[in-house]
Design a protein around this ligand. Structure first.
Ligand SMILES: [Zn+2]
Length: 186
């Protein structure tokens, strides 16, 4: 049973909690959703409305928060883009036609973020072989799409879900990608 009052948590811990914890009447309940959408709660707790809502949105595949965060940010920076162009390899999330650049917003788990510091990309403990094979296919498909796009003269930026927490840094990355004539987005 882990139950901490929000204001009692150290600053760093609070930040880390963002996006996975929830505040209920001033109390932060330390729950965690793993890669199989199982919600791990302190023993005696039931789901809070916020946790339930988050879980449901994941189940129904409507969880577009990472893309929405990037879209809002890009819009706020003054750039205009198109969404999900089905005729481009991999259907990039944002397409900048005039600049011939595209941005993908990748979920760290599904797209196998290779950064060893990325906690979101960790594999579940059960059915490891299944996940490895499944996710490896995603990774190879991403590489193939990336290759096709660059061969067609597109510049590609991949933003990872775990990068979205640092908005200032993210904004700078997007801005320099879109402004830089030579940017390769890596
Ligand atoms: Zn990541």
């Amino acid at each position: 049973m882990i139950l901490k009052k929000h204001h009692e948590m150290p600053e760093r811990e609070r930040e880390r909690e963002n996006g996975k914890g929830t505040v209920s009447e001033g109390v932060r309940v330390d729950y965690r959703i793993d890669r199989t959408d199982t919600v791990h709660l302190p023993r005696t707790d039931t789901l809070t409305p916020a946790a339930r809502s988050e879980r449901m949105s994941r189940i129904h595949g409507k969880d577009t928060r990472p893309e929405m965060t990037v879209r809002r940010l890009v819009h706020g920076l003054g750039y205009r883009y198109r969404l999900h162009r089905g005729d481009l390899p991999g259907k990039p999330d944002l397409v900048f036609f005039r600049r011939r650049k595209v941005i993908f917003v990748h979920g760290c788990f599904w797209h196998r973020h290779s950064d060893p510091n990325c906690k979101l990309a960790r594999l579940p403990k059960s059915r490891l072989d299944f996940w490895r094979a499944k996710l490896e296919r995603n990774r190879l498909r991403d590489i193939e799409n990336h290759k096709k796009l660059t061969e067609d003269g597109w510049q590609v930026l991949i933003l990872w879900e775990c990068e979205l927490r640092d908005v200032a840094r993210l904004a700078e990355k997007i801005r320099s990608f879109l402004e830089d004539e030579q940017s390769q987005g890596h």
